[in-house]
Design a binder for this molecule. Structure first.
Ligand SMILES: [Fe+2]
Length: 97
């Protein structure tokens, strides 16, 4: 994010349905990035108070991943099918089928 641009968060129009689904995908990626970032900071300090706050924030972000994924499945039923198919394939792979 470019914090030097005061217009950086302004949008010229509303998103259509396809654009919204893609935006939610970006939001999921950002949440996962935050989880990894907070975990890296937890691993890189011995300050117990900081670890506690970072772990709390990390776990909130993990929950946000689930919330956005659930929203994506509602907004993009085709993507929901791919997610379902992937879960089935992994379950079968791990069961040795
Ligand atoms: Fe979040």
């Amino acid at each position: 994010m470019d914090f030097s641009n005061p217009f950086g968060t302004m949008v010229p129009r509303k998103m259509n349905a396809g654009e919204l689904a893609r935006a939610i995908m970006q939001d999921i990626a950002a949440e996962l990035d935050a989880v990894a970032l907070y975990q890296a900071h937890i691993d890189a300090t011995d300050d117990e108070q900081a670890k506690k706050v970072l772990a709390h924030a990390r776990d909130d972000e993990k929950e946000h991943v689930g919330e956005f994924l659930a929203l994506l499945e509602i907004l993009d039923p085709k993507q929901a099918e791919y997610i379902k198919k992937g879960k089935v394939e992994i379950a079968e792979l791990l069961e040795g089928k």
